[in-house]
Design a protein around this ligand. Structure first.
Ligand code: CMP
Length: 128
């Protein structure tokens, strides 16, 4: 619960949203250098960053994401292969949402998925 409240997207949704996502997310402590996903792979989960940073390396440049950010959403939304490789920079506390739970959440909280889609759309443009 505490970790969920540290992700603004969940915190801003209030107690009701947190009580929904808390059952769907699991914790992953990742080490520097760990590759969480590779460009071209099939996507089966997405991640929310509680602490630490990751590097995103796409076909066209990259980005560094940190606390409160999420990644791995694009493949879940579109069914397309992973658009980028994501590597852990600092020891990171992550919350993982598997694709089945992502679909479950999409049914329960379409508003949240809409916000995630909006970010994915912007990233897709940045990648193009
Ligand atoms: P996905 O394509 O599933 O896997 C790679 C992830 O990297 C992608 O989802 C996004 O979450 C992230 N990503 C891709 N392009 C960018 C970008 N331009 N800026 C930030 N994150 C990105």
């Amino acid at each position: 619960w505490d970790l969920c409240t540290r992700v603004p997207m969940f915190r801003d949704g209030g107690v009701e949203l947190i009580s929904t996502v808390v059952h769907l997310l699991r914790i992953d402590d990742a080490r520097p250098g760990e590759v969480l996903m590779r460009r071209g792979q099939t996507g089966d989960r997405m991640y929310f960053i509680v602490s630490g940073r990751v590097r995103v390396e796409g076909g066209h440049g990259g980005a560094v994401l940190g606390p409160g950010d999420f990644f791995g959403e694009m493949a879940l939304l579109s069914g397309a292969p992973r658009s980028a490789t994501v590597t852990v920079l600092d020891t990171a506390e992550l919350l993982v949402l598997d694709i089945a739970d992502f679909r479950d959440l999409a049914g329960k909280r379409p508003d949240l998925i809409k916000s995630i889609s909006e970010v994915a759309r912007r990233r897709g443009h940045a990648d193009a």
